[in-house]
Design a protein around this ligand. Sequence first.
Ligand code: SAH
Length: 214
Amino acid sequence: MEYSVARRRMVEYQLVGRGINDKRVLEVMGRVPRHLFIEEELRDKAYGDYPLPIGENQTISQPYMVAVMTELLELKGDESVLEIGTGSGYQAAVLSELVEKVYTIERIESLAIKARDLLKYLGYRNIVTRVSDGTCGWKEMSPFDGIIVAAGAPGIPQTLVEQLKIGGRIVIPVGGDFSQTLLKGIRTEKGIKTEDITGCVFVKLIGEYGWRER
Ligand code: SAH
């Protein structure tokens, strides 16, 4: 099947069919070439309804989860957003077309380099990548309008809350090793107001304010 056909079906069945209705999110996910963020051997599965391995024991998130997380940020176009867990770079590419500036942090250097090169090759110019522990955030570039954490955390790192604008949003899976709850948090004057969104399964957020490396 042609990738563009598979991509259209993904948007229709997996996203629209399950209640994603932010027009801009649907439009962008109907355009970003997800298959290019996946190893050649797995490309025919690129638009399937599941996460896929990207090496280093990490995964590219399921399309639906990328859509949910992105929609929850309620982006208008002029935002500055931080992503923790660049992985393949796919989520960063989706964000790139929806906001002014994307900052993305990955702790595994080989993944970060691959993503950076691909994003550059594909012409995304408003994404800045970095290799470091994302649980510490990116203070110099803060405050952010939104933060997406693409790995499961034991709790919401206070460091990240502090790097959000008042009224800014964070979307983060919080819970145990094998399953988490996706939380949406809104930064208030006093701290953060959170809401449970859905159950989910992410790889671990490993770092100073995440899980400890084994
Ligand atoms: N957004 C990615 C999904 C990546 S999976 C995509 O679209 O492909 C989660 C990623 O988070 C993994 O690559 C993992 O290495 C990374 N990660 C885990 N802990 C991290 C941390 N403390 N800082 C930065 N990246 C981290």
